[in-house]
Ligand binder design. Sequence first.
Ligand SMILES: [Zn+2]
Length: 490
Amino acid sequence: MKNRFKECINFIGSKSFSGMFRPFLKPFFVLAVLLAGTALGLWQVKPPRADGDSPAYRRMMSSIQRLTEAPHPNGSAEIGRVRADILAEIESMGVTPLVEAEEVTELDAIDYFLRRDAGMTLEEWWAQNKDALAEDGITRPEDNFTISESPEPVVVYNILAKLDAPGTDKGVMFVSHYDSAPGAPGAADDMAAVCAMLEALREQSQNGALRNDLYFLFTDGEEEGMLGAWEFVTAHPEMKDMIELAVNLESRGNSGAVLLFETSPKAYGLVSAAVKSGAKPVGTSWAAAVYAMMPNYTDLTAFLYHGYAGINFAAVEGVETYHMPSDTYENLNRDTAWQYLQTTLALSDYAARSTVSGLNDNPREGVYFPFLPGVLILISAFWSYMLGLLACGAALAYIVFEIRGKRLKITFTHVLMGLLLLLSAGTMALFPSGSYLFYIPLLMMAVTAFLKRRKAAHILVSAAGGIVTLLLWVPVLFLLWVTMIQPMML
Ligand SMILES: [Zn+2]
């Protein structure tokens, strides 16, 4: 028996045993890295698990259920019922809400659309196009546009609740819209955000030590072209100097992580505040840069147009329910709802206790991306360039090292490294928000290449490099899939 055991151990230690498995080792290793990196990469863009026992969460869910029994578009009888409910809820917290009714004419709406799409006011646009339009027989700008079937003015009712901090006029404003698209109950778009804001308002209304004013703005007519938000911002120019940050909460689907998908330009300080708040934001600077180039809009567009500092959050998975009858309370992903709540509570708590004055006085660009679940890495533009230069330098040093060692045979590693080097340099010059996607893998690759004579270190670093690369790239591919490819397949 004892001999048998010894034989067995000897066999495992022998060359013939390891020889049996050697051909499988490398593919197995690569597969393990691929699986681990992909799983971790996808986990980064999943919302955290909802805590069903949290009282705020339970209140929020029952509010969502109550307020999304039927579609409630601007001007409908149902939105009147929803508004009355929201007002009663706010009053029950001992806070007096303000309702601002504004009539939006067709001309106002055209003006907003032009500012959004052409970056100019109706007056400016008219001055530019008057002659061309006169040739077509159009003598007034409104002849060339219609916003709705009926030319009747639209009335939007914005609801504003303010928690006043003593001794300051500076504050943070939270924004969501309580109207829905026609035909959609709007549980995700945008009642989850509305009800998360109600819970944040409830929590902060008990806070006796507010350091900043907190504003909660529930807009109307967002689905008609962010009419409520435009009206509010236009009607309150005095707010511009008082609001240090506008936080908008939106939705383009009913599941997945609540993404930080848009910021005002040079938002290093804002993203840094979001990280410090404990909101655990999920977002990438490349996606924000791409979004900024697209014609999409939300209520935040009106704020950014007027020069406010702002950040914007939305869930983007489950796009098949967007503006659909299926955007119901039942179909709303519970973890997503939980993340709306956690994000709003953490940010409002941060706004209540921290110095927000001058939050964005020193505007700097930042590069940010998720790195492991719940962690957001934020690098200032300067340090991002330094890291990029370090990666490019390391790759160039390796290439020189290879040429000097007369290893002139071109391998796959050389080609890949050369390609990454070009892409790193190119994005650093032209698209810095996305440059980390290339220079970090390049840096890992250069380190791996230098270590190729040290077996164990080489294996460890190449595994780490593979996983890091997947952590960076899986969210990119996932977001492209969810926001670009999937909607096209519907
Ligand atoms: Zn919406």
